[in-house]
Design a protein around this ligand. Structure first.
Ligand code: G6P
Length: 611
């Protein structure tokens, strides 16, 4: 979490940094700050959004050709002006921004306190910065060397950018565990947590790796490892346009991203699925096909919405490929000494490709000889790079904090993968395979059709916006979708919501049911239909309010539910790609009705690069 931006070159640096920070606000938005060099070091920082800082420093002399900026998601120290980054060293000469957590900061702070240092914030960042300054002073070395020595002493995760009043062209940067991209321009360099701050200036970027340190000047980019050996920067061409990270006429990124799904799912299937020819082309799967075919089990690790995609993957892969699948929360998996053997397949699912828990979980598994397969949205991200194989979801940049189009991209990839493996393994009949290919191919069109009725969800949202709690129920393939629906509502409307298997509801949540409790059933036509109708009767008998997502042509549930939303018919394996979309809309419209900033709901961040 936290977004970082830097610029050094001939242009005005402040506007580049401020615009870049606005694009990175999805990473955290509780306080903002910039440091710049114009005849001395100036630091401006404030609790609140980037726009608050901008307004606060109107009229100041912000002309400069070098600057760094930070948008924060608090870890050490509450959001406040004094805990906001950049932090300044004791001498007042160095300024630093940091994304990550220094785990052994307390020990280092103690050492510095004993030496007479004092601190103005509660952050681990200020400790690291003064540690660097102290090393520079005592060892009489340059800043680069001091950073290197300090980084070897610390444990934890970091991406840091530093500027020095006495070296007004240079930014020193380093990363371990938190992302850093350097944009290479003509006589200028850009730095960011992702490439969005530099999109309009350059398409040439360098993804900095863990334990690398960069010395960045307008005409020079030196990359080194912590052993002081030079590394040749590997330049990658960005395949992303500015329009992809703008709202394009929508009120919010979340709404734009929901409505983009016909095309993002299409982009995900394009070039892979050929329903007419009956083929699926996925080189990442084919390169590992013998491993998949012979796998005695697959372990999926993920967090948040991506974990829900993983749960659906368990259902689909077990059904189609007959391979046992375990789905793990990455944060649990990484610490609980799980059994991972050489040759085991671990699938990591992640929109950002940077989630710290998922990343570390697969690093551990890789050390044990597991084969890592990444299902990732952000091209070139850490998880994508350490995976042995994988498939991108091709959903494009997702800016809204609540994941929508990335989730349906993950589901589409999972379905294609499962079909491909099942076909290769011979665990699916040709008829079923061809039918599912046709069904998958038709999804973008069906999503487009159901989005035309989005206003009906708005009406339902108005009706239930005052609820204090909500229950989301589903069975089979729709159970993970119920979990995801509940998560979305929590994130975007702050209504407490729980997802449950519809039948399991009898063992607890049923106690909550009364005439005030909205119960959302994900009840598209599938092999569990009659069973879920019985569960609905159980809710109705206790006067719960029923909202049901159902299949067109269903003539049973409309007689039971208080509100229904129809989705087009689809095979039960494919239906989750449709049934999830009204739930995204429901949370969006309830959030809007409640006045929540849906793109930046409180306390959340899109990319969780701390554990
Ligand atoms: C955060 C985001 C969620 C996301 C989760 C996992 O909590 O707010 O939307 O599902 O991280 O992120 P990943 O990038 O690994 O999918």
């Amino acid at each position: 979490m936290c977004g970082i931006v830097g610029y050094t070159g001939p242009r005005e640096a402040y506007p580049i940094v401020i615009t870049g920070l606005k694009r990175l606000e999805y990473r955290g938005y509780d306080s903002t700050g910039v440091a710049l060099l114009n005849g001395g070091l100036k630091v401006y920082k404030k609790k609140g959004r980037v726009a608050d800082l901008e307004e606060n420093i109107l009229g100041k002399n912000l002309h400069c050709n070098i600057a760094i900026g930070h948008t924060r998601w608090a870890t050490h120290g509450e959001p406040s002006d004094r805990n906001a980054h950049p932090h300044t060293s004791a001498s007042g000469k160095l300024a630093m921004i940091h994304n990550g957590i220094i785990e052994n900061y307390a020990q280092i702070k103690k050492e510095l306190l004993n030496k007479g240092y004092s601190f103005t914030s509660d952050t681990d960042t200020e400790v690291l910065l003064n540690f660097i300054e102290d090393i520079r002073k005592n060892n009489d070395c340059n800043l680069e060397e001091a950073v290197r020595v300090a980084l070897k002493r610390i444990t934890g995760a970091y991406c840091i950018l530093l500027i020095d009043e006495d070296d007004p062209e240079t930014i020193i940067a380093a990363r371990k565990g938190s992302p850093l991209v350097i944009g290479v321009g003509k006589g200028e360099h850009f730095l960011g947590s992702d490439a969005s701050p530099m999109l309009e200036y350059t398409k040439e970027v360098v993804y900095v790796n863990d334990y690398e340190l960069a010395i960045v000047r307008p005409n020079e980019l030196i990359l080194k490892n912590l052993g002081n050996e030079k590394i040749t920067p590997f330049i990658t061409k960005l395949d992303m346009e500015l329009a992809a990270i703008e709202k394009g006429g929508y009120d919010h990124f979340m709404l734009k991203e929901i409505f983009e799904q016909p095309s993002t799912i299409h982009d995900c299937l394009r070039g892979r699925l050929d329903a007419a020819a009956g083929t699926i082309t996925m080189s990442g799967v084919m390169n590992n096909i013998e491993h998949f075919k012979n796998a005695s089990r697959i372990i999926i690790v993920a967090c948040g919405t991506s974990w829900h995609a993983g749960l659906l993957a368990e259902y689909v892969i077990e059904e189609l490929c007959r391979i046992p699948v375990e789905v793990e929360y990455a944060s649990e998996f990484r610490y609980r000494n799980p059994i991972v053997n050489k040759g085991d397949i671990i699938i990591a699912i992640s929109q950002s490709g940077e989630t710290a828990d998922t990343l570390v979980a697969i690093e551990r598994a890789k050390e044990n000889g597991a084969i890592i397969f990444g299902i990732v949205n952000v091209v070139g991200s850490s998880i994508a790079r350490i995976s042995d194989g994988g498939a991108y979801t091709h959903a494009g940049p997702e800016i809204g904090v609540a994941s929508t189009k990335a989730f349906t991209g993950q589901l589409a990839v999972i379905m294609m993968m499962a079909l491909k493996i099942a076909k290769e393994k011979g665990t699916i009949t040709d008829d079923r395979y061809n039918k599912l290919l046709m069904e998958l191919d038709a999804v973008p069109e069906k999503v487009d059709a159901l989005l035309k009725s989005a206003d009906l969800i708005k009406i339902i949202a108005e009706k239930y916006k005052g609820a204090g709690d909500a229950l989301f129920l589903g069975r089979g393939y729709n159970f993970p979708i119920a979990l995801e629906g509940a998560l979305k509502l929590k994130e975007i409307s702050y209504i407490h919501a729980e997802g449950y298997p519809a039948a399991e509801m009898k063992h607890g949540p049923i106690a909550l049911v009364d005439e005030n409790l909205p119960v959302v059933f994900v009840a598209t036509k599938d092999s569990y239909h009659e069973k879920i109708v019985s569960n609905m009767q159980e809710i109705k008998a206790r006067k719960g309010k029923i909202i049901a997502i159902i299949t067109e042509g269903d003539d049973v549930i409309p007689g039971l539910a208080d509100d229904v939303f129809y989705v087009p018919t689809a095979d039960e394996i494919i239906a989750p790609l449709l049934s999830t979309i009204p739930l995204q809309l429901l949370s969006y419209y309830v959030g809007i009705a409640k006045g929540v900033d849906v793109d930046k709901p409180r306390n959340l961040a899109k990319s969780v690069t701390v554990e």
